[in-house]
Design a protein around this ligand. Structure first.
Ligand code: PHE
Length: 345
């Protein structure tokens, strides 16, 4: 076969090549594209061509080589097309209604926490974080807990080690201690987080729950600022007609201390099961930071004053969404969680 005939035959072969499978495509690649392709042999033949014809011969081979490469691309495209057509045909019944996509929902504790944070962020509170495993100093001693305070004892606190005491934090006030130790006033911060108490689990109490505590320290911070801040939050969260009530209370780390109640938004203070017919529901504790706590954390109580507050996120979510069992938050029952699909965060 003359060189020209051989090239013509190759051209025909390339034009007519069909690759139905990956293997056939690979065979084509080996024969026309790879380093061991037929073109190597054709170029090697150059020495047998009369010198005056060599240029034309070289050009012809290059043209065929380009043809082979173009064909390779179109073979790949055709094979891909064939695959996707096959997939389309795989749909069993095109008249079936589509299966609705089941989207997850935001956990009610997450959305409640986010909403609380947003409200306080608007009046200048930032966020602080701290460890869930705490030492005695940050959870108790710096917060002015007396040596023999019952909250330190086994029935309330999950101790991990004794002497020196290491425990799961019982409140996020421990974060506030860390902030006061590390930052200079003015301090305006929120401390959300998980806390642990050794309590019997029931519909109303759990050994693990979430809090958001807040701390504001500056010159001339007064009880009036605390009251106004609590009123602002309560109106923003529970509705603009909400009233607040502060009941005298006791915490080792605040003086004076108070329990914060809001007017019952469920019965409009007419009396219902939620407010136990009192018209008020408790949402947290608060007070002016005890001067001992400030000096324990390196802040001069002669120069600065501050207020602190703390609330349970579960409690707020339970009131807001009328959830009657705290255990539902951690049971991961999909039927419970699905009910919060429409709650935006
Ligand atoms: N740390 C208190 C608790 O866990 C809440 C609180 C915080 C009370 C700040 C007063 C001031 O119960």
């Amino acid at each position: 076969m003359s060189a020209t005939d051989q090239i013509e035959a190759l051209k025909e072969e390339i034009k007519n090549y069909q690759a139905q499978t990956e293997e056939e495509l690979e065979q084509y690649r080996m024969r026309f594209i790879s380093r061991k392709s037929v073109f190597g042999e054709l170029f090697a033949n150059m020495k047998n061509i009369a010198p005056e014809d060599r240029k034309a011969y070289g050009q012809t081979i290059n043209e065929v080589k380009n043809l082979a490469q173009d064909k390779f691309k179109s073979l790949i495209d055709a094979l891909n097309q064939q695959k996707s057509d096959a997939e389309d045909l795989d749909v069993k019944d095109l008249t079936l209604p589509p299966i609705p996509e089941s989207l997850g929902s935001i956990h009610p504790l997450t959305s409640t926490r986010k909403r609380i944070i947003e409200i306080f962020e608007r009046i200048g509170f930032n966020l602080s974080d701290g460890p869930e495993i705490e030492d005695d100093w940050h959870n108790f001693t710096a917060l002015n807990f007396p040596e023999n305070h019952p909250a330190r004892e086994m029935q309330d606190t999950f101790f991990i080690e004794k002497n020196p005491d290491i425990a799961l934090r019982t409140h996020t006030s421990s974060i506030q201690v860390r902030v006061m130790e590390n930052e200079k006033p003015p301090i305006r911060t929120l401390c959300p987080g998980r806390v642990f108490r050794n309590e019997a689990i029931s519909a109303r109490a759990h050994c693990m729950f979430n809090q958001v505590e807040g701390l504001y320290i500056d010159k001339n911070v007064s009880f009036a600022d605390l009251k106004q801040t609590m009123l602002y939050f309560s109106k923003e969260y529970f509705g603009k007609n909400t009233k607040i009530r502060l009941r005298p209370s006791f915490f080792p780390f605040t003086e004076p201390s108070a329990e914060l109640d809001i007017s019952c938004f469920i019965c409009d203070q007419k009396g219902c099961k939620i407010c136990k017919h009192t018209g008020w529901v408790e949402i947290g504790g608060c007070g002016m930071v005890d001067p001992n706590v400030l000096s324990n954390c390196g802040i001069d109580p002669e120069e600065y004053t501050g207020f602190a507050f703390g609330m349970g996120i579960e409690r707020i979510a339970m009131l807001k969404y009328r959830i009657n069992d705290i255990r539902l938050f951690t049971e991961n029952d999909i039927r419970f969680l699905r009910q919060f699909k429409s709650v935006n965060v």
